[in-house]
Design a binder for this molecule. Structure first.
Ligand SMILES: Cc1ncc(COP(=O)(O)O)c(C=O)c1O
Length: 423
């Protein structure tokens, strides 16, 4: 992988502040976009900025819009190796995809949905909401002490015939740990349980082949994989459309309506894409997956692990810091998250930004339930570095040097190392 050539595609990397370039380490939230994606979106707005969608305008511009949007859907199908293009529903993001499944799944009162106890709020709150609204039950399987998936716990949870759906984060945004998805899906299918994967942190970083996995539903966000903000996709295995209900309804979801009888809906995926859509965004999404297709997803993964190894070795030397999750960088892929354990270090993220333009995230990363269940002290702060293919070893070294410099500040001298958990 030629990282320098890749970097030239991302214009924000050429900026400077205080004579220094940006070091963008917040890719788990949103990635930068290459020129090709911006150009594809600009082409929509400057050349044929019309409405697409079934049953709307049919003129010249609308036809171009439709063609490009459907080409983008096909690119996403190919990227995931889905069997059919109509298995790809455009959404706004991962959160919307998970909500769609939560609302449309044919739950009966008392049905059980499994997650782990380390899910992003987007794969927790929809199930809690459906539990309160529909009388289903949400059960969280605890992860093991090192934050990896517990297959034995899944095995016993699956003994309950009321379990109908398992919804797991494929790769955790807290610590980068991947679950053994293929094995999990095999175990669930043996019991007639369907599986939804939250692919927000997996699809951007590795080859995710929905047919090889046998997954039933896969939700992800294009803004975490070089695509425009607020565009996501949901893969639904075609046979499941037969039992899925509607989600949002209204214009663009129907073939015909009458004032005095129920509407006739369009077939999927259109019946799930209500109202006028972000056509420019979808076209940009197609350009994003085409951009990634031209690279090698395995090489991206290996590059991220190499950077993670450098950061792991460096950060492990500071007694003030503690890495979250397993110590091996190859088990954490694109993410390295750590606690800062000295008073005052809660501002580490801001200090990194001010001193060296290093952009990281700190807080709970929307995995509040994991922090709360483990009684993580409010005196320690978690900081997350999340990497992508354009990051470099040099950037990692600047990061480590800046951390070292900050920790050596006189203001931290003699301060105690705080316990991570509440007593
Ligand atoms: C694992 C995981 N799931 C879900 C989400 C939600 O993604 P979005 O905000 O794009 O819906 C994120 C975003 O950080 C995530 O990392």
């Amino acid at each position: 992988m030629d990282v320098n050539r890749i970097r030239a595609d991302f214009e924000p990397l050429a900026r400077e502040r205080n004579g220094k370039p940006p070091i963008y380490f917040d890719n788990g939230c949103m990635t930068l976009r290459p020129r090709a994606v911006i150009d594809a979106m600009c082409a929509y707005y400057t050349q044929f900025p019309a409405c697409g969608g079934a049953g709307r305008s049919h003129h010249w511009f609308a036809q171009e819009t439709n063609e490009r949007v459907e080409a983008a859907r096909e690119s996403i199908r190919r990227f995931l190796n889905a069997a059919h293009t109509d298995e790809i529903i455009f959404t706004r993001n991962t959160t919307e995809g998970i909500n769609l499944v939560a609302r449309a799944f044919p739950f009966q009162r008392g049905d059980v949905v499994l997650t782990t106890d380390k899910e992003h709020n987007s794969n927790l709150v929809p199930w809690q909401y459906m539990a309160a609204k529909m009388g289903i039950e949400h059960r969280a399987i605890p992860v093991r002490a090192d934050n990896t998936f517990d297959l034995d716990a899944l095995e016993s949870a699956l003994k309950d015939p009321r379990v109908k759906l398992a919804a797991f984060g494929h790769v955790s945004n807290l610590d980068g740990v991947e679950i053994p998805a293929r094995e999990i899906i095999r175990m669930c299918h043996e019991r007639g349980v369907q599986v939804l994967l939250d692919g927000a942190q997996s699809v951007p970083h590795q080859r995710v082949d929905v047919q090889a996995l046998g997954v039933d539903y896969l939700a992800f966000s294009l803004h975490k994989m070089c695509g425009p903000s607020g565009v996501g996709a949901l893969y639904v295995r075609r046979e499941h459309y037969a039992h899925l209900d509607n989600f949002l309804v209204g214009g663009d979801t129907i073939r015909d309506t009458w004032a005095d009888r129920p509407p006739e809906f369009l077939p999927p995926p259109y019946k799930y894409e209500a109202g006028l859509q972000d056509y420019g965004g979808r076209i940009g999404a197609g350009a994003a997956v085409e951009y990634l297709e031209r690279l090698d997803m395995q090489a991206i993964h290996e590059h991220e692990v190499a950077l993670n190894r450098c950061l792991t070795e460096g950060l492990s030397q500071f007694e003030e810091l503690e890495i979250i999750g397993p110590p091996e960088p190859e088990k954490r892929g694109s993410i390295i998250c750590f606690f800062t354990k000295k008073p005052g270090l809660g501002l580490l993220a801001d200090m990194l930004d001010e001193r060296s333009n290093i952009m990281v995230r700190s807080g709970m990363f929307c995995v509040n339930s994991w922090f709360n269940a483990r009684r993580i002290s409010r005196n320690v702060t978690a900081v997350r570095v999340s990497l992508y293919m354009y990051n470099t070893l040099d950037e990692c070294k600047v990061f480590l040097d800046t951390v070292r410099e900050i920790l050596a500040e006189p203001m931290f001298e003699g301060l105690p190392i705080l316990p991570v958990r509440e007593p």
